[in-house]
Design a binder for this molecule. Structure first.
Ligand code: PEP
Ligand code: MN
Length: 356
């Protein structure tokens, strides 16, 4: 299905880059919402985010103030002239949010993992002209993410943008939700007109990661940022570790270097040609390597040896990892490449082994 995407055209804001949305993870009290929003508005932020209904990993956590918080968002609109955005997870949320005049809706990462829920939301949005921001599903499944967009499109929603918030992982070494940048990049390649916002708060899960993630998103050509900001982050009822004060947010945004996305000069074309040549060489070299792997497979077959020789594999990972680090690449990057190469080599050797 071809997606039909139209610009967000936000009232009074249009389609500027970077589009900035900021506000608390959760609306907690009228005082907290108004205080945070006023500070953000004073720094030039024009769209407030605030979760009214909160999906929590475990019961017993703060599950949001619910519809009681909607009039606070209305006050933010009326008194500060900001647009407001909140998460909707059920048709009831959609109805209540639109009734209260919320300007922008977003669908959360957990909801996005469930096609039944997304379809119900889409059905409840039929005939409404509201911009919808679609977070990536918690699992790294690009088709599921696009499928969600198609469901919304099917209901007539065309003012769509996506939010990249990283992907759930058991292995939380640096990030709360590792970014796996290649997924939003591939989404952009397939649907170039779809605006992509980055949510550094949920990717990083930590205040100190907000600034570098914002810069990385801008360098990759993202259209905007949605960042969690709270008047007293340490006291936040949800996601305290990843929220920053409006002052800190302002400092981070001020320091961002925004580069032009569409600017393509002759010298850039020239550099891209060089990259293409190198990529071509990489594939040819890999092909050569695989040919040798198959010969090794043949040898192992004749000598009744097993394919995977753990010691040899560890040696390759260690040696190439160290070499990569010397060249200024991350050891994880080199390890990932060699794991993929090894997997393909093993596959090719299995083929040789099983040949009659
Ligand atoms: C949020 O934005 O506060 C939120 C719950 O995000 P996510 O759906 O990305 O976990
Ligand atoms: Mn949050």
């Amino acid at each position: 299905m071809t997606l039909h995407i139209t610009p967000l055209n936000l009232p009074g804001i249009g389609n500027e880059r970077p589009l900035i949305i900021a506000g608390p993870c959760s609306a907690e009290s009228e005082e907290q919402v108004m205080n945070t929003a006023a500070q953000l508005a004073a720094k030039g932020v024009r769209i407030l985010r605030a979760g009214i209904w909160k999906p929590r990993t475990k019961p017993g956590g703060f599950e949001g103030v619910g519809a009681a918080g909607l009039p606070w968002l209305k006050r933010v609109k009326d008194e500060l002239g900001m647009l407001t955005a909140t998460e909707v997870a059920t048709p009831k949320h959609v109805e209540a949010a639109l009734e209260a005049g919320v300007d922008i809706l977003w669908i959360g990462a957990r909801t996005m993992a469930n096609p039944f829920a997304v379809q119900e939301l889409a059905d409840s949005l039929k005939g409404k002209d509201v911009p919808v921001l679609v977070k990536n599903p918690v699992n790294p499944d690009l088709e599921l993410w696009i499928g969600g967009l198609e469901r919304l499109n099917g209901a007539g929603i065309t003012r769509l943008a996506v939010i990249h918030r990283g992907f759930s992982s058991y292995d939380k070494r640096i990030y709360r939700n590792p970014p796996m940048w290649h997924l939003p990049i591939e989404l952009h390649r397939r649907i170039p007109e779809l605006p992509i916002l980055c949510d550094p708060s949920h990717i990083g899960g930590a205040r100190e990661l907000i600034a570098p993630l914002c810069q990385q998103a801008m360098d990759l050509g993202f259209n905007g940022l949605i960042v969690e900001s709270h008047c007293s982050p340490d006291c936040a009822l949800s996601d305290a570790r990843q929220q920053v004060t409006p002052d800190v947010l302002n400092f981070i945004l001020d320091k961002l270097v925004i580069r032009d996305v569409s600017h393509s000069t002759d010298s850039l074309e020239n550099l891209r040609r060089q990259i293409d040549e190198i990529d071509n060489g990489i594939i040819e070299l890999l092909n050569k390597r695989m040919r040798i792997s198959r010969e090794i497979g043949q040898y192992k077959r004749e000598h009744a040896m097993t394919i995977v020789q753990a010691k040899r594999y560890s040696e390759i990972l260690d040696k190439r990892g160290a070499q990569g680090v010397l060249c200024g690449m991350s050891s994880d990057f080199v390890r990932n490449i060699y794991e993929a190469i090894h997997e393909e080599s093993v596959r090719q050797q299995v083929e040789v082994m099983n040949k009659n």
